[in-house]
Write a protein that binds this ligand. Structure first.
Ligand code: SF4
Ligand code: SF4
Length: 346
């Protein structure tokens, strides 16, 4: 890995440079409690101190609503107009849990059956990570082996230190971006910056309020599909689906065709949620998940077992968004602990 140093007083210049040369997405704070990734045009719009966005950056690759194609049935035939667009993009300021979340999504859309909408967008995007400076009470990425300064999965990783940012060049894409922006970076004091980053990493590792132990949880779930614990959990859930819409790894969608009286229309897909009653309803009316019990169980099985079964990857990045947003305080980090205790008590 190659390292560079970016002095703190040069970060604005670097971000202005990025915004002038690329479609730049970065964290913007709309108010004290709401940050989101947005297209930015200058450094002053960006909040470098945000903790976590409400909506995950996966939406740039898998949008909440995406037009797949339009059609028109004029002149006796059907004309299809595809709407694939993949512009070059730089996403700056990703936290490690969100970079990890994208790595968990990749095999779903970019695996054995590549999705022709997701893949090109991923391919044409440069990801720049930004180490955390604090651990929020809802964070538990550590349980999934992530440290809040780890840039694995990004192209570049920046870590804010006392006087500078340590820049880690992680891929050729990242190196290419820096080649053209060389004037902002130096090799001076790299060793000192690396030592400072280690101190930050150790400090953050000791700051987690939640550290659920995942060992053996998948094996417990393998054997407890019918456990009454799911009923207990479902009794609390109101089925609003917020947990799935804010999750960086949820990826379910519905397909919708619309048509107009003038014989034109479009097909689009939009985010869907396994927490909704109609999600698994089949054309003949049968629903394999007829009650909230099956739906709640599916969500936690998906995060902690099915994704591992299918891809050998965790299905949760420990970002804590679903914990922060659930209106009835259903908490996946507690469930990881509870499921072990509940099974032990049987
Ligand atoms: S399940 Fe919750 S904590 Fe895990 S990645 Fe999704 S939103 Fe984050
Ligand atoms: S956010 Fe909470 S209440 Fe809403 S569906 Fe998810 S677990 Fe249930």
């Amino acid at each position: 890995m190659q390292y560079k140093v970016l002095e703190k007083d040069k970060i604005s210049g670097f971000l202005d440079y990025l915004a002038s040369k690329h479609n730049l997405m970065a964290p913007v704070s709309e108010d004290e409690s709401f940050s989101q990734f947005k297209r930015v045009y200058q450094a002053s719009e960006i909040n470098l101190n945000y903790t976590n966005t409400v909506i995950p950056p996966k939406n740039y690759f898998f949008p909440p609503a995406e037009n797949l194609f339009s059609f028109s049935a004029e002149n006796g035939g059907i004309e299809i107009k595809e709407s694939r667009q993949a512009e070059n993009m730089v996403i700056f300021g990703l936290r490690p849990c969100d970079i990890n979340g994208m790595s968990m999504l990749d095999p779903v859309f970019n695996g054995n059956f590549p999705d022709s909408y997701y893949g090109p967008k991923r391919e044409r995007t440069i990801l720049i990570g930004l180490s955390c400076q604090e651990v929020m009470p809802t964070c538990f990425c550590k349980s999934f082996g992530t440290d809040p300064t780890d840039g694995s999965g990004a192209d570049l990783m920046l870590t804010g230190l006392e006087n500078c940012f340590l820049v880690e060049i992680l891929t050729d894409k990242g190196a290419g971006l820096l080649e053209n922006a060389g004037g902002f970076f130096s090799d001076e004091s790299v060793d000192k910056a690396i030592s400072e980053k280690k101190l930050l990493r150790d400090k953050l590792a000791g700051a987690f309020l939640r550290e659920p132990d995942l060992s053996g949880v998948k094996e417990i779930l393998d054997k407890n599909f019918e456990h009454p614990y799911w009923e207990e959990l479902a009794a609390k859930c109101i089925g609003c689906g917020i947990c799935t819409f804010v999750c960086p790894t949820c990826h379910c969608f519905n397909m919708i065709d619309t048509s107009r009286p003038d014989a034109t229309g479009s097909r689009y897909r939009c985010h869907d949620s396994c927490m909704f009653p109609g999600f698994t309803k089949m054309a003949g009316g049968h629903n394999p998940r007829p009650t909230r019990v099956e739906r709640v169980r599916n969500r936690f099985m998906h995060k902690l077992k099915y994704h591992l079964d299918r891809y050998n990857l965790d299905g949760c990045s420990g970002c804590g968004r679903c914990i922060a947003k659930c209106p009835v305080n259903i908490d996946i980090s507690q469930i990881i602990t509870h499921i072990r205790e509940v099974v032990k008590d049987d």
